[in-house]
Design a protein. Structure first.
Length: 157
């Protein structure tokens, strides 16, 4: 059985590829392997690119014990107003990457960042699973073009 992280984009790999393909261009700051996530605003800026998508994208951000990014896992792509999310799929690569903490992020193509009933329900399930596995769930952030909603900032985690 392979111990490779499935479909998880490790920042160290991105850095090596970037340096191979570019000449004397620094790695963009948002892809820095030393980048520390300290707020929902950091998450919003990192995943702002999702606001241009026309379908819901659900992504897991794996962090080490100091909240530095280990890798980014694109968990699922759904429809215009839904994304199928299962805790097993969300946490499989987190275990393989030895993540100490995790942040879930998804977009609302509608432009309304308010959490739906389904968003609240899956976050509750993910929190329970994370606790069982010993992975800290730091936040679930919904991003839209001009704003975001953080479950942690709202006291929902």
């Amino acid at each position: 059985m392979s111990t490779r992280t499935p479909k998880c984009i490790r920042l160290k790999t991105i850095k090596a590829v970037w340096q191979t393909l570019t000449i004397n261009e620094p790695l963009p700051p948002y892809l820095s392997t030393s980048r520390k996530i300290s707020s929902s605003q950091d998450v919003f800026h990192l995943f702002r690119y999702l606001t241009q998508e026309t379908k819901e994208h659900f992504v897991a951000l794996h962090l080490d014990t100091k909240n530095k990014i280990i890798c980014i896992d694109p968990v699922s792509v759904g429809s215009m107003n839904a994304s199928v999310v299962h805790p097993r799929e969300c946490l499989k690569s987190a275990l393989l990457s030895s993540a100490a903490a995790i942040v879930f992020v998804h977009n609302h193509p509608s432009g309304d960042p308010a959490p739906s009933r389904e968003d609240l329900d899956i976050t509750t399930r993910l929190k329970e699973c994370c606790e069982l596995l010993g992975i800290r769930l730091l936040d679930h952030v919904i991003v839209c073009e001009d704003s975001h909603v953080s479950f942690a900032d709202r006291g929902l985690i």
